[in-house]
Ligand binder design. Structure first.
Ligand code: NOJ
Length: 716
């Protein structure tokens, strides 16, 4: 991918001193120099800084951050380009995660949209807005799969499924990087956190993860493999250790797997301070040793911990790091800088963009991301209704934007209350703050046709370093639901959340549940579009909703146990837990519509096929008819799962292998076709070798992972 830039990079390297080379491997933030910019300028002039991160703290996701001042960064760039000896431009990176000024749904939410084209379009918009602030590199997409919703960062990733992870990786990268990272509307993306960070024990951020190699290859690697195949230019190494090996110090993960097996050619940046952490973890005795281990493992750019800049020269003198290793890291960084056209266009341009169009796209994506979990007929609401609105999120703005919102503005975000007022025609909305006059809410609610509760969790309980030990709804919100339920009116719960909450306790007391997530700038409008029927809900969750917090981990792509008593996904209640039913409250892939869909005529074009023919490229065609039998034109995400019945490595009872989101007019039927190929039916062994084994495969096609529509194919 970078072939054409390699010789140019090497030419530059041949002119560089060792110190200048090490400077290219150093990324810092300007914060420590804000009172001494002259010192920073001198460092840039000396060639000591290859990259600036535009953030003032390591956990920028939830700490307030200043906005980017393009003029300041252009001035600093001018020094690198015009005053440093070799004129190598710096690359500026920022956490533009799920939006810039316009904020889109958090990744866990947007995964539920199952709409790759729309996602790509939105991520292109994000790139355009970031560029307008001079940002040419983002630390996104985050591709960490997670089976423990206590982890605050589950919200930043695709959920619990590798196929969804891979699809999201491709869509986001296409959006950010376009056809070419040198295009004027493209920015460089970064696949993170490589790898296994989402397996943090107990959902505690940064914690140890225990991952066997087969699970690594089949579960955690696919999204990164897809990212590499899509041309991701950079990868961030993760904080965690895997079974005692810190990833940031591991040649196995960073070089053998990432580069040699997956074929990654761009550069690896450490997470913030992850190199220095090797000392705290007990792998290295000093920062110097951290630098030695990380560089030799394959970390090219050291984010914000000065391990490389302070130590690599002496490590070279001592023969612990070779100049060749340094040259290789510099070459990778220069290749990306050359490929993105940074040498020709080092400066940020203030550009105009169509904010309204971006907001419309954000609203559309938010509308497709929200998941209708329950509806006993109360939704959609009439715009002439008298609505009693209560709950802690009715006037909240910041949380709707979600964690990792560095540039979206709370004051530009419509609250749920405002959006309801906007949406109503002749209706009325009465609202009551929960605190203080709590009993008034009952009085107010008793005058209404319907009660809408704005429930959920703060963005400050999600994101980096913000895990929770209990995914229940807060006690006061449960109390509010109980109180409203006793009034005998219809009660609708709208949940503004960053993770699946365990809702069994309240589910029966709500007539409808709309999971609105933290969907960014247009959360409130999109939720109202659904509530009042302007948008027919079509989101399907990519994480399992457990009944109780104590049922974690609960995920759909589990293998079968030796005793047939457990059943799929917690069936056979008496055998899982003696005190509760362990099936999910809402399974993976689940989401309701205002219409109804019927699936019929599942067909497969062949009952059997030789493994060899499959390998040679022959495909298996699976088709199903989907009829819209209700009263609304609507979209449905048709999902295909496989089960490899007998294999040398236990295979999941269901594995998502394809999906299609289709629009179906009411009373219409569409035929949905899927193609299965060699790449869909196999798995990786613990060495990372792909294999497809002969035998019987069950194929399920339907509305979620519990679908009963089944056919078979035999590989001979
Ligand atoms: C730490 C986070 O883990 C990572 O996701 C982020 O990109 C960096 N900080 C930079 O802010």
């Amino acid at each position: 991918m970078y072939k054409e830039y390699r010789s140019k990079a090497r030419q530059i390297i041949s002119k560089m001193t060792l110190k200048e080379k090490i400077g290219q491997l150093n990324q810092i933030t300007i914060t420590p120099y804000s009172n001494d910019m002259d010192k920073l300028k001198q460092l840039i002039k000396n060639g000591d800084i290859g990259s600036l991160i535009l953030a003032s703290s390591a956990t920028a996701g939830n700490d307030p951050q200043g906005h980017v001042n393009i003029d300041v960064y252009n001035e600093l760039q001018k020094i690198a380009v015009e005053k440093s000896r070799l004129g190598i431009p710096m690359i500026f990176g920022r956490d533009v995660i799920h939006g810039h000024r316009t904020v889109y749904p958090l990744p866990l939410a947007s995964a539920a949209a199952f709409n790759d084209k729309l996602l790509e379009k939105c991520y292109r918009n994000i790139a355009v807005e970031a560029l307008a602030d001079g940002i040419r590199w983002t630390f996104s997409p985050m591709l960490d799969l997670c089976r423990d919703p206590r982890w605050g960062r589950i919200v930043e990733g695709p959920g619990e499924d590798p196929y969804v992870g891979a699809s999201m990786a491709r869509a986001c990268i296409r959006g950010f990087q376009g056809d070419n990272i040198s295009d004027p509307d493209s920015i460089v993306a970064c696949a993170k956190h490589y790898i296994g960070y989402g397996a943090a024990e107990g959902g505690k951020d940064y914690f140890h993860s225990e991952i066997g190699d087969a699970t690594l290859y089949n579960y955690f690697v696919p999204a990164f493999r897809a990212a590499v195949n899509e041309g991701i230019a950079t990868v961030m190494s993760s904080f965690n250790d895997i079974s005692g090996t810190p990833v940031t110090g591991s040649r196995k993960y960073l070089t053998d797997i990432l580069r040699e097996q997956l074929g990654f050619e761009g550069f690896v940046v450490s997470d913030w301070g992850a190199v220095a952490q090797l000392q705290h973890m007990g792998l290295a005795q000093s920062k110097k040793e951290c630098a030695q281990i990380a560089l030799n493992a394959g970390v090219d750019l050291d984010m914000c911990d000065y391990c490389y800049i302070d130590n690599l020269e002496s490590l070279v003198e001592e023969g612990k790091v070779s100049v060749d290793t340094i040259d290789l890291a510099v070459e990778r960084i220069l290749c990306v800088k050359l490929a993105m056209g940074l040498f020709e266009h080092p400066y940020g341009d203030k550009k105009e963009y169509n904010k309204l169009e971006h907001l419309n796209d954000a609203r559309e994506l938010a509308g497709e991301s929200m998941v209708l979990l329950k509806n006993n007929g109360v939704l959609p609401l009439n715009k002439n209704s008298k609505i009693a609105l209560a709950g802690p999120f009715m006037k909240e703005r910041r949380s709707l934007l979600g964690t990792w919102t560095l540039d979206g503005l709370e004051e530009e975000t419509t609250s749920f209350y405002e959006a309801i007022v906007e949406a109503l025609t002749y209706g009325e909305v009465f609202c009551q703050e929960m605190s203080g006059l709590f009993d008034n809410s009952v009085y107010i609610a008793s005058k209404a046709d319907v009660i809408v509760l704005a429930l959920g969790e703060s963005h400050l309980t999600t994101g980096e370093r913000n895990s929770v030990s209990d995914i229940s709804l807060s006690k006061s919100q449960i109390e509010l639901i109980n109180k409203m339920h006793t009034l005998g009116k219809k009660v609708v719960g709208v949940f503004f959340c960053g993770r699946p909450l365990a809702l069994e306790e309240v589910e029966g007391k709500l007539d409808a549940i709309l999971y609105a997530w933290h969907c960014g700038s247009e959360t409130a409008h999109a939720a109202c579009d659904i509530l009042f029927g302007d948008t027919v809900p079509s989101g399907k969750t990519t994480v399992t909703f457990p009944r109780k917090p104590t049922h974690i981990p609960l995920y759909y792509n589990t293998t079968s146990s030796g005793q047939p008593v457990n059943g799929y996904y917690g069936e056979n209640p008496e055998m899982n837990y003696t005190d509760s039913l362990a099936t999910p409250l809402y399974p993976f892939g689940y989401g309701l519509s205002y219409t109804t869909f019927e699936y019929s005529d599942l067909t497969i074009d062949k009952q059997s096929l030789s493994l060899n023919a499959l390998k040679q490229g022959e495909k298996i065609i699976v088709s199903i008819n989907v009829s819209n039998t209700g009263n609304f034109d609507a979209k449905e995400t048709v999902q295909l799962y496989i089960k490899d019945k007998f294999a040398s490595l236990l295979r999941p009872l269901r594995e998502l292998k394809a999906y299609k989101k289709v629009f179906i007019n009411r009373n219409d039927t569409v035929k949905v076709d899927f193609e299965l190929s060699y790449d869909d039916l196999g798995f990786y062994n613990e060495k990372g070798e792909y294999t497809v084994e002969s035998g019987e495969f069950e194929i399920y096609v339907g509305e979620n992972c519990l679908t009963k529509n089944k056919t078979n194919v035999n590989l001979l």
